[in-house]
Design a protein around this ligand. Sequence first.
Ligand code: PLP
Ligand code: SF4
Length: 462
Amino acid sequence: MNIHVIQGIDRARQSQRSDRTSGPRGGERPKERYQALTQKSLESISKYGKVTDDDLFAMRVVSSVLPFRTNSYIIENLIDWDRIPDDPVYRLVFPQRGMLSDGDFRRIADLMTRGATRQEIERAANDIRASLNPHPAGQRELNIPAEEGEILDGIQHKYRETVLFFPSQGQTCHAYCTFCFRWAQFIGDKELKIASKDAVGLHRYLADRPDVSDLLMTGGDPMIMKTRVMEGYLRPFVDDPALAHVQNIRIGTKALTFWPHRFVNDDDADDLLRLMEDVVRAGRHVAIMAHFNHWQELRTDVVREAIRRIRDTGAVIRSQAPLLANINDDPAIWARMWREQVRLGIVPYYMFVERDTGPRQYFEVPLVRCWEVFRNAVQQVSGLSRTVRGPSMSATPGKVEVLGVQEVGGEKVIVLRFLQGRNPDWVGRPFFARFDPQATWLDQLEPAFGDESFFFEQAPQG
Ligand SMILES: *Cc1c(COP(=O)(O)O)cnc(C)c1O
Ligand code: SF4
């Protein structure tokens, strides 16, 4: 990890003061220093709002099992502390009691109350984690390509035209989302990490595959990397003719919400923007796949400045996010978020269904309800926001969109469609599931019309 983690905001605040005058560009803009807040320094949040001792204890219990990390930018700018615990950004980063089942919660709470050792708590936490489906959608077993008999760590190649790359220096985030589907990698289980720092291996893999038009850098958050590390991955797209077929470079990030200073005030922010601009000038589409869950994340001056600066490089910012109970399960929130994004020049891209992992019971929204929220939100915005697609499940056979509920031949059905498929031939073909207002994931749906299986379950795996 590159970033400097300081346990406790107070201490960090003091050191920031001296930083303001000594930073390399200290004169022109007040320099913000990244300050993390973790389980060990949870107490310090009570000076921002009314957090009861019970709440603090609950957070300590939940964060023994699920990863927790936030930072001062979020705490000081994005949360309305007089609205906690209902504030959406508060729930986005601070663990809540309901994120563990009652049984799991009590198990850890009892251990803590009777002063159990760290090892005892860790053992119980590991049990619970293992029961929370840490690697959904076959990520570990499927999709990892073999090159010359070797497994290529850090590369996932599921859809013909797009290669996913997990740079090992980008496998953490400036804060953790409480619903994160990659949560397992943040609790230090090395077994679960899919990552590589083999830039040469990545470029060789791409050079050998003329069908690949897109590289998608993902994490964690690749924007946590220093620019000089990013250079190693991206510079070859400026000057290596063997990579000319890779037209689109996407970078998935939540830094615009969690640390927009990455693009404005960080020491190497200007270098990062120059790198992006060079890749654009070399004829590539650079897309920043920005993760925003709520319009509240768009309200600071620095995020708007970051958006402006990124767009000035010629890169396009596209937005995506899961639909989450307790955070954004309301069409008005999405409509307002998309409208503000479009005004800021961001292109809405995906609405996801929350994955079947981790604290899903706290966040999950039935597929039928997801569709209602999507439809209602889309009805409230102009065509410029309707570039968004969804609600989409990233399931084992592919990305499946819920098109809606309909009655066909007297049977109420859910209509679905592949946006991406393990087999490219599956894409764009509508299919039908029996109506089920409770189902929250593809594997809970049954085929409609008395069919024994869905068409993609019969077809040979692509
Ligand atoms: C979503 C996704 C992609 C990108 O799909 P697009 O439809 O091109 O946005 C690529 N690989 C995996 C594994 C994905 O889940
Ligand atoms: S930004 Fe993405 S990878 Fe990071 S914690 Fe949030 S959902 Fe997970």
